[in-house]
Ligand binder design. Structure first.
Ligand SMILES: [Fe+2]
Length: 255
């Protein structure tokens, strides 16, 4: 099944297509980036799909999940109430199905003018302590990016930049990654970036950031079964070896 999919996508170089053993991610303890609340973003569509994805997380050794639905005004206008209600439904379904894992919810906030207003007017959902997961446009750097990050810091939040390696406009200016950290931001690697799943450019930059020990967190960013299967089959790859020797803050997340 894996071989069929990976061959079709032509991305088998860093992913072992014939090894169907689960990769053991238990050294991470917690995953802090995923889309498991059904029907509220581009992640899981149904409760059944959520259960299937979360069963994979248990099989891979995760003990805690902080799931992070998108909050993006134009596409996913989620708020704390929507996310909390979805989380309760999911927790109940996990209990009914005897799936033993701790799950809570935060969000993946999309940085734009709307987010800047939100920051002025309401509390944000946090990953751990004061840390907030943020993303922004993949096409261009938002003009208000630095201003918003500064505003977050001033309000006592610590931004975690989700998958910085996926922003192609930063690739020509590697210093930007260290600048973000110098200002107090944390950087989160997407596991799949290291496999070539998003392309070789992204894989190369992710390797460089990892090499310089500039990542603080790593996350699965699982939206659907293909992501889960790809992460499950990273066992034995160079990427998995690199990650298992790296010290991430994931294990410091308290449930
Ligand atoms: Fe995400």
């Amino acid at each position: 099944m894996f071989a069929k999919w990976f061959n079709k996508k032509g991305k088998s170089d860093e992913i072992n297509p014939i090894n169907d053993k689960n990769t053991d991610w238990s050294f991470l303890g917690a995953d802090m980036h995923s889309h498991f609340i059904p029907g509220i973003d581009d992640g899981s569509k149904t409760i059944e799909e959520s259960l299937l994805l979360i069963r994979s997380m248990v099989e891979m050794g995760f003990k805690t999940i902080i799931t992070t639905p998108h909050i993006m005004i134009d596409y996913y206008p989620n708020n704390i109430d929507i996310i909390t209600n979805g989380l309760i439904l999911l927790q109940n379904a996990l209990k009914e199905n005897n799936i033993d894992i701790t799950i809570r919810a935060a969000a993946e906030y999309y940085i734009d003018e709307y987010f800047s207003d939100k920051l002025d007017n309401e509390p944000l959902l946090t990953i751990n302590k004061n840390e907030v997961l943020v993303e922004f446009s993949m096409l261009f750097e938002p003009p208000m990016l630095n201003e918003v990050l500064f505003k977050m810091l001033k309000k006592g939040y610590r931004p975690i930049l989700a998958h910085p390696e996926r922003y192609l406009f930063f690739h020509r200016d590697f210093d930007r990654f260290s600048e973000f950290r110098d200002r107090g931001c944390l950087l989160q690697l997407n596991l799949l970036s290291l496999t070539g799943y998003y392309g070789n450019n992204i894989k190369n930059i992710a390797e460089q950031i990892l090499d310089k020990k500039m990542y603080d967190y790593c996350g699965t960013d699982i939206h659907h079964e293909k992501h889960a299967l790809a992460i499950k089959s990273m066992i034995g790859t160079k990427a998995y070896q690199m990650l298992s020797n790296y010290s991430f803050l994931n294990s410091a997340i308290t449930s």
